[in-house]
Write a protein of this length. Structure first.
Length: 351
């Protein structure tokens, strides 16, 4: 009798004890993204202003603000935080020869070095808040600066690092070229991710190899974008022109495309249709980030297709279709261009 009562008592205790909570596992079937569209410190306003009077690039302040946005995004349930092109320390609007002479030295000093204290603050923020980051920054090395991008895991690890292959227009007089071999898609629990910047989305040398790797999510960082029909915008910075490239990219790749820029930002489906957007006119303090949730259940795990539009067969077909009268030569345009910091500094000192 005593043994029976003892067994019943233990049984009752077991049934009332808390069970192991298995609901804390991450749900990788839903990806919530936060696209930063607030301006970094020292960014002239309104959005198309090129007047830097009284303003300075400040990497320390920008990283501090970036960490605050990461924390805010994580508290709102984001799994991935995406930053605009050169957000660290800010895209230098109107960067011409005069700008190089007056401001390049300051900009170089405030560019971000991988492995530096500021870099590690961002990695720590990713780990502490358990979020992925898509960073876009002016990357400083011993000899040059580059238009850098990096995907950081929620554990603070560098999953992918690249540099803009060919900086656009006058950018190429300041930042050095990247490497074609760094155009890669990476596998994550949320699908395959790829990343390019701004006008890279117009050029097949960047888009074709990226799309061939069959991304599920494509990250498209832009420096800034005004609203449609802004009369102050140059053609290359208009919403209309840039949206055309991003929507086309989404359609050609079939990837959900995250277009992050100061001002206007948007998320497009793999069919090029708008899933979410925020207008540039919306105040930054009112909505510093654009949020969107993406169902990842239908994402394919395939890393290539031999039967797709972005395949080796199609590339071979393009080569065979090259017009006979156009010389098959490698010009200096595609040669990797390096701009030395010493050259920029010397140009500054010649002012």
């Amino acid at each position: 009798m005593f043994t029976t009562l003892l067994m019943l008592a233990f049984s009752a205790l077991a049934s009332s004890a808390p069970t192991c909570n298995i609901t804390n596992a991450t749900d990788y079937s839903n990806l919530t993204v936060a696209l930063v569209r607030a301006a970094p410190p020292g960014f002239p306003a309104p959005i198309l202003s090129r007047n830097y009077t009284g303003l300075h690039f400040d990497l320390n302040a920008t990283v501090t603000y970036g960490v605050q946005l990461i924390e805010e995004a994580a508290s709102n349930g984001a799994n991935l935080v995406v930053f605009p092109e050169l957000w660290f320390p800010g895209y230098p609007k109107g960067a011409d020869d005069k700008w190089i002479k007056t401001t390049a030295a300051e900009y170089i000093d405030n560019s971000l070095e991988i492995g530096s204290t500021n870099w590690n603050k961002l990695l720590t923020a990713a780990k502490t808040n358990s979020v992925y980051l898509a960073l876009a920054f002016s990357e400083k090395t011993n000899s040059s600066i580059y238009m850098g991008q990096a995907i950081i895991s929620k554990y603070g690890e560098i999953l992918h690092h690249r540099q803009k292959l060919r900086p656009s227009g006058g950018e190429r007089n300041i930042w050095s070229d990247g490497d074609i071999n760094d155009i890669k898609a990476i596998d994550t629990p949320y699908g395959r991710w790829g990343i390019l910047e701004c006008w890279e989305h117009f050029h097949p040398s960047m888009t074709f190899p990226m799309q061939a790797q069959m991304e599920s999510i494509h990250i498209a960082s832009a420096p800034y974008t005004p609203d449609a029909k802004d009369p102050a915008a140059e053609y290359w910075e208009t919403l209309e022109v840039n949206a055309a490239s991003i929507r086309t990219y989404a359609i050609n790749s079939g990837a959900v495309t995250l277009w992050a820029g100061v001002g206007y930002s948007a998320v497009y489906s793999g069919q090029g249709l708008e899933m979410a957007e925020v207008l540039a006119a919306v105040p930054y303090d009112e909505q510093p980030m654009l949020y969107s949730s993406i169902n990842t259940r239908s994402f394919s795990k395939a890393s290539y297709s031999i039967n797709g539009e972005q395949s080796w067969g199609v590339l071979n077909q393009i080569e065979k279709g090259w017009p006979y009268y156009i010389p098959k030569v490698v010009s200096t345009f595609v040669a990797r261009k390096t701009v030395l910091i010493s050259e920029l500094v010397n140009f500054t000192e010649s002012a």
